[in-house]
Design a protein around this ligand. Structure first.
Ligand SMILES: *[C@@H]1O[C@H](CO)[C@@H](O)[C@H](O)[C@H]1NC(C)=O
Ligand SMILES: *[C@@H]1O[C@H](CO)[C@@H](O)[C@H](O)[C@H]1NC(C)=O
Ligand SMILES: *[C@@H]1O[C@H](CO)[C@@H](O)[C@H](O)[C@H]1NC(C)=O
Ligand SMILES: *[C@@H]1O[C@H](CO)[C@@H](O)[C@H](O)[C@H]1NC(C)=O
Ligand SMILES: *[C@@H]1O[C@H](CO)[C@@H](O)[C@H](O)[C@H]1NC(C)=O
Ligand SMILES: *[C@@H]1O[C@H](CO)[C@@H](O)[C@H](O)[C@H]1NC(C)=O
Ligand SMILES: *[C@@H]1O[C@H](CO)[C@@H](O)[C@H](O)[C@H]1NC(C)=O
Ligand SMILES: *[C@@H]1O[C@H](CO)[C@@H](O)[C@H](O)[C@H]1NC(C)=O
Ligand SMILES: *[C@@H]1O[C@H](CO)[C@@H](O)[C@H](O)[C@H]1NC(C)=O
Ligand SMILES: *[C@@H]1O[C@H](CO)[C@@H](O)[C@H](O)[C@H]1NC(C)=O
Ligand SMILES: *[C@@H]1O[C@H](CO)[C@@H](O)[C@H](O)[C@H]1NC(C)=O
Length: 504
C-alpha cells in the first residue's frame, strides 16, 4: 500500500501532479484551432500587398505567416483583424544571436513600429535552422532569448510569442510515435529550446510534409494514409506501445513531436504546425503531385484541424496549422513541384476548388470563383445598416424579399439582410469593379448567400433590371444619413431595420 510520507510515494504523487498540471496547461492554454496560410513571395509578378490583403479578406483567411517582416505587407495588414506571424530571415539570425542590441533594434523596427495596428501575434526566429543553417544553431536559443527580452522591454511579451519552426525530419523513428525522439545531434539545442518555449508559454513550431514522407517511404506509406482518406481497419497504423490507432500521417507526426518532447521531459508545450500542404503539379517522377491530391490533402487537412479532433495522444487539443501556401511561387528553384504548392496563382485565381462544405466560418468554404458580394465579417453594424439602407434606397435594389413574411426576412439581422442587398446590387451592376465595396463593409466571396427559399437569383429578374445610369454610387452619397429610405415598401422596411439595429 502506498504511504504518502514514503519518499517514492511522494515522488510519484509529485509526478502525478506534474502530469495533471501539464494536461491542464495543454488543455486550458488554448483557444480554438485555426487555419492560417503561409505567404511566400518568390513570384515573378508578386501581387501588391493591398491585392494580397484583398484576397485574404475575400477568402476569410484570418491568420497568415510571412517569411520576413516586410513593411509593405505589415502596413497593408493593419486594421484588418488578420493575425500575423512574422519571420526573422535566416540570414539575419547570426547577427541577432550574437548581439542583444541588434535584436532590440530588429524588434523596434519590425514589431514596435507596426503593433498594435497590425496584430502581430508571433515571431518565428529563423526557419528550419537545423537543416538550412546548422552552423548558426548554437546561437539559436540565444537569438530567441534576445528577441523575447526586447519584447519584455517593450511590454509586448504577453501579446507576442517567440518560437522557431523546425522540420519534422529532425524527429527520428517517428513511427511508432511513442518511440520518436529528436535527432540526438541537436539535443544540446533542443533541450534549452524546449525549456524556453515552456517558460514563455510558446508552441513548438513544426513543418509537416506528408507528401515527402510518402515519397521517401518507398511504398511503405499508402497514399490514402498521407491524404487523410479513410483506410480499411486492417490498414490503419497501430502504435504497438500505446495501442493508439493512426489514420493519417499528419496526426502520427504531431504525436511523434509530443513523444519526442516527452523524451526530453517536456510535456506541456503545444504543437503549432507552421507549414503543411501538397503540390498540385510535379516533374514526371512525381506522379502524385496532382491537383486532385492537393485538393484532397488541403481540404481534408482544413476539415481535420477545424473540427478540433486533436490527435490520438491528445484528442480534442487544437493543432492549428498554416497551409503551405497562398500563391504558387513560379521563380522558386528546384523541381516543378517546388513551384506548385499554392492555392492561388498570382492573379488570385484558384488553382483548384477546395471542398470545404460545412467546415465552419473560419475559412471561406471554397476557393472557387469570387462571384458573390456579402457583408464583411466583423463589420461595424451601423455602417452595415447605412450601406443596406443605401442599397435598398438610392441603390435601387428590389429589397421586398426582405420584408416580414417574405423569403429573405429570416434570419432577421442586419448581416443577413446586407448579404442579400449587397449581392443583389453587385449582380445588378454586372459585377463591375468597385461595386462590392460599400465603404469597406462588403467583400467578395465564393459562397452564395442564398439559403432555403431565399434564392437571390430567379426571384424576379434581379440582373439588369435597372439601367446603370439611373443608379447612384454609394461612395458619392452620404452613408451616415442612411440614404433616402427604401423604394416601394420603404416605411415598413425602415421600422424593421431600426428594430434590428436596436437589438444588435
Ligand atoms: C490580436 O489577436 C489576439 C488573438 O486573437 C486578440 O486577443 C487581440 O485582442 C488582438 N489584438 C489587437 C490589437 O487587435
Ligand atoms: C538585452 O536587452 C534587453 C532590452 O532589449 C534587456 O532587458 C536585457 O537585460 C538585455 N540582456 C542582456 C543579456 O544583456
Ligand atoms: C542527425 O543530425 C546530424 C547533424 O545534422 C546529421 O548529420 C545526421 O544525419 C542526422 N541523423 C539522422 C538519422 O538523420
Ligand atoms: C528526464 O527525467 C528522468 C526522470 O526524472 C531522468 O532520469 C532523465 O535524466 C531526464 N531526462 C532529461 C533529458 O532531462
Ligand atoms: C470531428 O470530431 C469528432 C469528435 O470530436 C469525430 O467523431 C469526427 O469523426 C470528426 N470529423 C472529422 C471530419 O474529422
Ligand atoms: C460554410 O458553409 C456553412 C454551411 O454550409 C456555413 O454555415 C458557413 O457560414 C460557411 N462559411 C463561410 C465562410 O462561408
Ligand atoms: C471560374 O470561372 C471561370 C469563368 O467563369 C471558369 O473558366 C473557371 O473554371 C472557374 N474556376 C473555378 C475554380 O471554378
Ligand atoms: C421585387 O421583387 C418581388 C419578389 O421578391 C417581385 O414580386 C416584384 O415585382 C419586384 N419589384 C420590382 C419593381 O421589380
Ligand atoms: C468606392 O470606394 C472604394 C474605396 O473606398 C473604391 O475602391 C471603389 O472603387 C469606389 N467605388 C466606385 C464605384 O468608385
Ligand atoms: C443573373 O446572373 C447570374 C450570373 O451573374 C446568372 O447565374 C443568373 O442566372 C442570372 N439570373 C437571372 C434571373 O437572370
Ligand atoms: C453596368 O456597368 C458595368 C460597367 O460600367 C457594365 O459592365 C455592366 O454590364 C452594366 N450593367 C448593365 C445592366 O447595363
Amino acid at each position: 500500500m502506498l504511504k504518502f510520507c514514503d519518499f517514492r510515494g511522494f515522488q510519484s504523487m509529485k509526478l502525478l501532479m506534474m502530469v495533471l498540471l501539464s494536461i491542464f496547461l495543454l488543455v486550458s492554454g488554448d483557444e480554438d484551432a485555426f487555419i492560417g496560410v503561409n505567404i511566400g513571395t518568390d513570384l515573378s509578378d508578386m501581387p501588391h500587398p493591398t491585392q494580397v490583403v484583398a484576397l485574404l479578406k475575400s477568402q476569410q483567411i484570418r491568420h497568415v505567416r510571412l517569411y520576413d517582416a516586410d513593411r509593405g505587407m505589415l502596413t497593408a495588414l493593419a486594421s484588418t483583424g488578420i493575425k500575423v506571424v512574422v519571420t526573422i530571415p535566416n540570414d539575419q539570425l547570426l547577427g541577432i544571436g550574437q548581439s542583444n542590441s541588434t535584436a532590440a533594434h530588429w524588434v523596434s523596427q519590425n514589431i514596435v513600429a507596426h503593433y498594435p495596428a497590425t496584430n502581430i501575434t508571433t515571431i518565428c526566429v529563423g526557419s528550419e535552422v537545423f537543416n538550412n543553417l546548422p552552423n548558426v544553431a548554437p546561437v539559436l536559443v540565444t537569438a530567441l532569448k534576445f528577441i523575447h527580452g526586447a519584447l519584455v522591454a517593450s511590454n509586448l511579451d504577453r501579446q507576442i510569442k517567440v518560437s522557431t519552426p523546425i522540420a519534422s525530419t529532425i524527429i527520428l523513428d517517428s513511427f511508432p510515435p511513442s518511440q520518436a525522439f529528436f535527432n540526438h545531434s541537436w539535443s544540446p539545442v533542443m533541450a534549452p529550446l524546449l525549456k524556453f518555449l515552456q517558460s514563455t508559454g510558446s508552441s513548438l513550431m513544426l513543418n509537416i510534409y506528408p507528401y515527402y514522407d510518402y515519397m521517401n517511404s518507398n511504398g511503405v506509406i499508402p497514399l490514402d494514409y498521407a491524404l487523410f482518406k479513410p483506410l480499411p481497419a486492417n490498414k490503419e497504423a497501430v502504435d504497438a506501445n500505446t495501442l493508439l490507432h493512426y489514420t493519417n500521417v499528419f496526426d502520427a507526426m504531431v504525436d511523434a513531436a509530443y513523444y519526442a518532447m516527452a523524451s526530453l521531459n517536456v510535456t506541456n508545450v503545444p504543437v503549432l504546425v507552421t507549414e503543411s500542404g501538397w503540390p498540385s503539379k510535379g516533374d514526371p517522377n512525381e506522379p502524385d503531385a496532382t491537383s486532385d491530391n492537393a485538393n484532397t490533402y488541403n481540404s481534408n487537412l482544413i476539415k481535420h484541424v477545424l473540427n478540433q479532433t486533436g490527435t490520438p495522444k491528445h484528442p480534442g487539443i487544437p493543432v492549428s496549422t498554416y497551409i503551405y501556401e497562398l500563391y504558387n511561387e513560379d521563380i522558386k528553384e528546384g523541381s516543378v513541384s517546388e513551384k506548385n504548392w499554392g492555392l492561388f496563382d498570382a492573379n488570385g485565381k484558384p488553382i483548384y476548388t477546395l471542398q470545404l462544405t460545412n467546415s465552419g466560418p473560419t475559412f471561406a468554404n471554397n476557393t472557387g470563383n469570387l462571384s458573390h458580394c456579402v457583408a464583411m465579417e466583423g463589420a461595424d453594424k451601423k455602417m452595415l445598416q447605412a450601406a443596406l439602407d443605401w442599397a435598398c434606397g438610392p441603390g435601387k435594389v428590389n429589397c421586398s424579399a426582405l420584408l416580414q413574411g417574405q423569403p429573405c426576412y429570416e434570419p432577421d439581422n442586419v448581416v443577413s439582410h446586407a448579404n442579400f442587398a449587397f449581392d443583389a446590387y453587385y449582380h445588378m451592376m454586372g459585377r463591375g469593379e468597385g461595386t462590392c465595396d460599400f465603404n469597406g463593409v462588403a467583400t467578395l466571396t465564393s459562397t452564395d448567400p442564398s439559403h432555403g427559399s431565399c434564392q437571390l437569383f430567379g426571384n424576379g429578374g434581379m440582373n439588369g433590371t435597372f439601367l446603370n445610369s439611373t443608379i447612384a454610387d454609394f461612395n458619392s452619397t452620404s452613408s451616415a444619413a442612411g440614404g433616402g429610405g427604401y423604394g416601394g415598401a420603404g416605411v415598413l422596411m425602415k421600422v424593421v431595420f431600426v428594430l434590428a439595429v436596436v437589438f444588435l
